[in-house]
Design a protein around this ligand. Structure first.
Ligand SMILES: Cc1ncc(COP(=O)(O)O)c(C=O)c1O
Length: 418
């Protein structure tokens, strides 16, 4: 890959080469990341980049659409099969834009939306004050119970009855537990609200039936195709048949422009890959590795939010270690373990500092790391936490992390090679 760029633009080539080097030598544990298979990288840069295409198969606004139509129809077929969906729209550019398309399909300005608070697990696009949506719709938020750190369904129901939202959103960025979709769906029906699930983080685990699917319970399901989906940087919407027209109209021409056909080709590959035994085995290991990390960190004196995990995320409370998220993220980055600082429920620190870190197990599981290696990672993390400012300590941890990850190549078949 990048043979031409290497010759014509060595500066850009070098930046990519350095990023590859970083990924090869670091233990990547950002929960929203995964490693794109080589096919996804190839297809993301394929000749479909050259084609402008708007509309839907059979109703295009441009000539020369034969291949685009074949591709989109194949993607529909695969997506419906793998997620058991009645209708699919494959055109959104990302998880965020998929959400915007759903909102645009069913909401009018000032409509009320009930969603999960950002600082207790929700996402910016669910109405955070930092997002433009906050000024368009009227948001009411639910969160987690202070003791269990699980979604407070009683409060959610109370708020739904009090505010009569037009839409209830479930799904999160940093919630390590399963969500009771059936319960929220019943609440939504009772108050006459639409129900949308944003499964951006957990789509790969849903596709492999390792955790419950929201598809039968929700009117709309949106997702990124990165994260546990392990595909290209893109998005997808699934919905009930009765909403198909509204969603398609909202995606195009309502919200987006021409399709990113190159990314759609990669997404179509991924939709096939989700069904393979190879992918299912990786997702199984993701769950085992996440549980292992939660257990091992607990035994080393960290506190795990909600006491454990049911998905790929381990949310760690660093207060028992007298550390904040910013300090720990920075020390781990030096050591070669990449995580992100993250608010924990009822955090008293600012979002730029935080009391926690969010750790994801997808990328390391794709690379082949199993329980034995996860125990070693927990051990390195603990050594870092015990003495995060001591350079000798950090250098020793860095050597250990490098040695560990060196046995698990990022792209075993090579990246720059033919
Ligand atoms: C729950 C949730 N929804 C949507 C998004 C946005 O996805 P994207 O980065 O594909 O726009 C994220 C990103 O982390 C997320 O966690």
């Amino acid at each position: 890959m990048l043979k031409a760029t290497k010759i014509s633009d060595p500066q850009v080539y070098q930046i990519v080469a350095d990023e590859l080097d970083r990924q090869i030598h670091n233990i990547e544990m950002i929960a929203s990341e995964s490693t794109a298979p080589t096919e996804v990288l190839e297809l993301s840069g394929c000749v479909f980049t050259n084609k402008t295409e708007e509309g839907y198969p059979g109703k295009r606004f441009q000539a020369g659409s034969q291949q685009a139509d074949r591709l989109e129809i194949l993607a529909w077929k695969r997506a419906k099969e793998v997620f058991g969906a009645e209708h699919v729209n494959i055109q959104p550019y990302s998880g965020s834009t998929a959400n915007y398309c759903v909102y645009n399909a069913i909401l009018k300005p000032n409509d009320t939306v009930l969603s999960m608070r950002l600082d207790q697990g929700g996402h910016l696009t669910h109405g955070s004050t930092a997002n433009f949506l906050h000024d368009i719709y009227n948001y009411v938020f639910y969160g987690v119970d202070k003791n269990t750190e699980l979604i407070d369904y009683v409060d959610l129901e109370k708020k739904a009855r009090e505010h009569n939202p037009k839409l209830i959103i479930a799904g999160a960025s940093s919630y390590p537990r399963l969500i009771d979709y059936e319960r929220i769906s019943k609440i939504a029906k009772d108050v006459g609200a639409y129900f949308m699930v944003d499964m951006a983080h957990i789509a790969g685990l849903v596709a492999t039936n390792l955790i419950p699917s929201p598809v039968e319970h929700a009117d709309f399901v949106s997702s990124s195709t990165t994260k546990t989906f392990c595909g290209p940087r893109s998005g997808i919407i699934l919905c009930k048949k009765e909403h198909a027209k509204k969603i398609d109209k909202s995606v195009f021409p309502g919200t987006l422009g021409s399709m990113h056909l190159n990314t759609m080709a990669a997404k179509t590959f991924s939709l096939g890959y989700l069904k393979t035994d190879e992918f299912k085995n990786i997702m199984k290991q993701v769950l085992i590795n996440a549980k292992t990390l939660a257990k091992e960190l607990t035994s080393r004196g960290f506190r795990i939010v909600s006491g454990g995990t049911d998905n790929h995320i381990v949310l760690v409370d660093l207060r028992p270690k007298n550390l904040n998220g910013q300090q720990f993220e920075k020390a781990l980055e030096y050591v070669g373990i990449t995580v992100n600082k993250n608010m924990i429920p009822f955090d008293t620190e600012k979002p730029s500092i935080t009391s926690g870190v969010r750790i994801g197990l997808t990328a390391v599981s794709q690379r082949g790391l199993k329980e034995k290696e996860i125990v070693r990672i927990a051990d390195i993390m603990n050594k870092v936490a015990l003495n995060p400012e001591n350079i000798d300590n950090l250098d020793a941890c860095k050597n250990e992390a490098r040695e560990l990850i060196s046995k698990f190549p990022l792209y075993p078949q090579g990246y720059f090679e033919d």
